[in-house]
Design a protein around this ligand. Structure first.
Ligand code: NAD
Length: 249
């Protein structure tokens, strides 16, 4: 039997990059994938490709997130996995000296408040079934001063890490595992867009990756599938780093 056979898995930001690669990986391991995205074309295409369901939702909208998880529980009878992955890294999120309040609040809302919403509305269903796995996407920039100059992004991911630890501990005895994923630089549209604006930045970043290359979305998807599965049954409140060696260097 496949490792994620018939597990009901919600993936936010499933239309692109890490979310898309994970949708493919989850489906290949037997999961029923609910692909969530703001972008209907990309989300629909992802869902169709993996034989899953597409749900259009803005993860920064509390009512939309509540409707998402309640709807999944109603249609499938359970919510086994929540991969809270949708996030933004706007090219104009820059040095603190140039970051306006509006930009700051937008990044915090999409990257952090969304995780609060997703956990808040996934946990009651997982609690009722006595089991569940939540994976929240942070970043290696939450673990070290990476000089990315992205002040809102870095802060938003640090908050995801501490929220994850707290929830992991709080729900550990109820069968709900909550882990944070810290990808290093991964070749996805999010990062490539940033590097297109500032090509020197890509070169600077590579110098700090011991493996000397960017990661591929599939290399994150494998880690997410592991954390989602029973192979990770003793892992909770953890910070799972997949970064080509950056934070170990
Ligand atoms: P991506 O831009 O390729 O994909 C993100 C997807 O999320 C897109 O399909 C987008 O439409 C969707 N999305 C954005 N805002 C949304 C919203 N409000 N509601 C619903 N969907 C929304 O990005 P990616 O590189 O795959 O990043 C995925 C996650 O991994 C993000 O949280 C990102 O911060 C994190 N991350 C990425 C890297 C990297 O190097 N690519 C490194 C560390 C962490």
């Amino acid at each position: 039997q496949a490792r994620l056979q018939d597990r009901v898995a919600v993936i936010t930001g499933a239309g692109s990059g890490i979310g898309l690669a994970t949708a493919r990986r989850f489906a290949s391991e037997g999961a029923k994938v609910v692909a969530v995205d703001l972008n209907p074309d990309a989300g629909k295409a992802a869902a169709e490709e993996v034989g899953g369901e597409f749900v259009a939702a803005d993860v920064a909208d509390e009512q939309a997130v509540k409707a998402l998880f309640d709807g999944v529980a109603e249609r499938y009878g359970r919510v086994d996995i929540a991969f809270n992955n949708a996030g933004i890294s706007p090219p104009d999120d820059d040095s603190i000296l140039d970051t306006g309040l509006e930009a700051w609040e937008r990044v915090l809302k999409v990257n952090t408040t969304s995780v609060y919403f997703c956990c808040k509305y996934a946990i009651p269903h997982m609690r009722a079934q006595g089991k569940g796995s939540i994976i929240n996407t942070a970043s290696f920039v939450a673990l070290l001063g990476a000089a990315t100059s992205q002040i809102a992004y870095t802060a938003s991911k640090g908050a995801v890490l501490s929220m994850t630890r707290e929830l992991g501990v709080q729900f550990a005895r109820e069968g709900i595992r909550v882990n944070a994923l810290c990808p290093g630089p991964i070749a996805t549209p999010l990062l490539m867009e940033l590097f297109a604006k500032d090509p020197e930045r890509a070169a600077r970043r590579l110098v700090h990756v011991p493996m000397g290359r960017f990661g591929e979305p599939e290399e994150i998807a494998g880690a997410v599938a592991f954390l989602a599965s029973d192979d990770a049954s003793f892992i909770t409140a953890s910070t799972f780093v997949v970064d080509g060696g950056i934070t170990g260097a």
